[in-house]
Design a protein around this ligand. Structure first.
Ligand code: HEC
Length: 283
């Protein structure tokens, strides 16, 4: 009985820690990046989050919103600009400077006019477009999805974002028709059967999407001197989105580990008392 229980628990653990299934829908198997925040002892790499923020800011933020993120989140514990000197992120000078770079729509309390003012840590990240119609009009009819929970919204989110951005774009294989304004990406889930004129048994993996390739070598200058390759930019922005999608991931893991340790000790104690209680009973 007990052995069965242990086997079941081990099985549960194995399932919980196994990498999530690959993106569905005929996309190529993802390329896996090494992320510091994976595994039960994983932690965010703050330098990587700062680089990732820079990639988001300089490349992605002109199309993609981050609706659930406030500037002050950047300065919270485990965040990209956390500094123990400023336990209150509203006082953190980096966070203040970052917020002030953005223009935020506000209402003049005296005249009621819509005005723009520099951001403060308590503001949300502003949406790059005033509304959905404007976002679609600028992107060939497609809506750039909000990125604040993107790492949770896709299977193996950070690996998916990394693969899609850094290694997925390629010239379409001969025999595949791609409409103007669409780009072939082998990691974008899709079904290309209808636009494939080649061997029907070998429909290429992936799909087409309306986002052109975004990254180029040295497109972003990293302040810490890390070489700015496409691979690095994609990895860093994926890590930043993973943090934004779950800023309390590290706290959650630490709590989980403490709970598991407690349960293990408790299991040991229970087993020991079971043996003691039944010691002299024939069975
Ligand atoms: C020029 C505008 C533009 C920029 C800049 C841009 N994107 Fe996109 N992105 C789009 C559009 C449009 C879509 C929706 C494509 C579609 O559904 O066909 C999209 C889709 C995505 C998706 C979703 C794919 C899916 O599974 O649905 C991710 C992830 C993404 N972008 C990440 C990024 C990242 C990271 C950056 C910055 C490095 C970035 N994008 C920069 C326009 C942009």
């Amino acid at each position: 009985m007990l052995r069965k229980g242990i086997a079941l628990a081990a099985f549960g653990l194995a399932i919980a820690t196994a990498p999530a299934a690959l993106a569905a829908g005929g996309a190529a198997p993802l390329k896996h990046a090494e992320f510091s925040f994976e595994g039960p002892f994983g932690k965010f790499d703050q330098a990587q989050l700062q680089r990732g923020y820079k990639v988001y800011r300089e490349v992605c933020s002109s199309c993609h919103s981050m609706d659930l993120l406030f500037f002050r989140n950047l300065g919270q514990k485990d965040g990209p600009f956390y500094d123990p000197k400023y336990p209150n992120p509203n006082d953190n000078p980096y966070v203040k400077a970052i917020a002030a770079e953005y223009q935020i729509n506000d209402i003049d309390s005296e005249t009621g006019d819509v005005v723009q003012r520099p951001g403060i840590p308590a503001d949300r990240f502003p949406n790059p477009f005033p509304n959905e119609a404007a976002a679609r009009a600028s992107n060939g009819g497609a809506l750039p999805p909000d990125l604040s929970v993107m790492a949770k919204a896709r299977h193996s989110g950070p690996h998916y974002i990394y693969s899609l951005m850094a290694h997925g774009y390629a010239n379409p294989p001969a025999g595949l028709t791609v409409a103007p304004g669409q780009y072939y990406n082998k990691y974008f889930p899709g079904d290309l059967t209808a636009s494939w004129s080649g061997d029907p048994k070998h429909v290429p993996p992936g799909g087409v999407l309306a986002m052109p390739p975004q990254l180029e070598p040295d497109k972003v200058t990293f302040d810490d001197g890390t070489p700015s390759t496409i691979d690095q930019q994609a990895k860093d922005v994926a890590a930043f989105i993973a943090w934004a999608s779950e800023p309390k991931m590290i706290e959650r893991k630490q709590f989980g580990l403490a709970a598991m340790t407690y349960l293990l000790i408790f299991t040991g104690l229970l087993y020991w008392s079971y043996r003691r209680v039944w010691r002299n009973v024939a069975h």
